[in-house]
Design a protein. Structure first.
Length: 259
């Protein structure tokens, strides 16, 4: 069974991911000011290049067996080899791609090399992953999360060779969620979203979570029980309509709920 993202005890496990983001604070500000998804893509390509990634693709996962044109309409951010994109969607690979299977199951972020350990890969699925290597997409990282309507989203970065550690993966989760929120607003998803109200205590809990504190550490810092801290985080995720704490932090920062 794949690991589930956004469990009730899911908080950002180390403050070091936040320190790594300090280098990209300017880029995040620019991302929020972008007037097009392509502008966001360009900023992201500069960010993921440090990990060896040269391409990215993000979109809402459509229902199974819709047409290739409909599938493409769900893509929000794209810097993917055009020939591979055409082959992938025209041949209906989405329905057999094991990475998409894991995104639908709301797994934790995963490297493509881990797919065989996380789910059963059919021969067709293995062929799809092998074909991707023809387009210099030999290694990849996929980050699943969800839209405001709780539809599954897959955000993948790829290249011939990726170099990242667990803290990089956490930072990437944050950046990808932030970028997808910005892009979705530009294309209409959440553009007319009402303001989100959090109580002072909920804001406090989320701020400390954004600094890397665990539920127990947040409880100790605020002199409340761990169950209470966990309940506040669950309420925050519900109000922001996201499934993970990292995504909640990204949305709260993007919307100016916390700073």
């Amino acid at each position: 069974m794949p690991k589930k993202a956004g469990s009730s005890t899911s908080v950002i496990v180390s403050g070091s991911w936040r320190r790594r983001l300090s280098e990209t604070s300017v880029a995040l500000d620019e991302m929020r000011k972008c007037s097009s998804p392509q502008g966001i893509c360009n900023l992201l390509l500069g960010y993921i290049g440090r990990f060896g990634a040269t391409n990215l693709l993000a979109g809402v996962i459509p229902p199974p067996f819709v047409s290739g044109r409909e599938q493409l309409a769900h893509v929000v951010l794209a810097a993917w080899p055009e020939e591979w994109t055409a082959r992938y969607f025209s041949n209906g690979y989405l329905a057999r791609d094991p990475t998409i299977q894991l995104v639908r199951q709301a797994s934790a972020p995963f490297h493509w090399s881990e797919v065989g350990e996380l789910c059963k890969v059919c021969p067709a699925g293995r062929r799809i992953m092998d074909e991707a290597k023809e387009f210099r997409l030999g290694q990849g990282l996929t980050i699943p999360f969800s839209t405001l309507e709780r539809n599954p989203v897959g955000f993948s970065i790829a290249g011939e060779k990726l170099n990242s550690d667990p803290c990089d993966r956490l930072a990437l989760q944050f950046v990808m969620a932030y970028a997808f929120g910005c892009a979705s607003a530009l294309v209409g998803e959440g553009k007319y979203r009402k303001s989100v109200h959090l109580s002072p205590r909920q804001r406090d809990v989320l701020r400390w979570a954004s600094e890397g504190l665990t539920v127990d550490e947040i409880a100790q810092r605020l002199n409340i029980s761990s169950n209470t801290a966990d309940s506040h985080l669950r309420a925050v995720r519900e109000r922001l309509r996201v499934s993970s704490t990292i995504h909640a932090v990204a949305e709260a920062l993007r919307l100016g709920v916390i700073s």
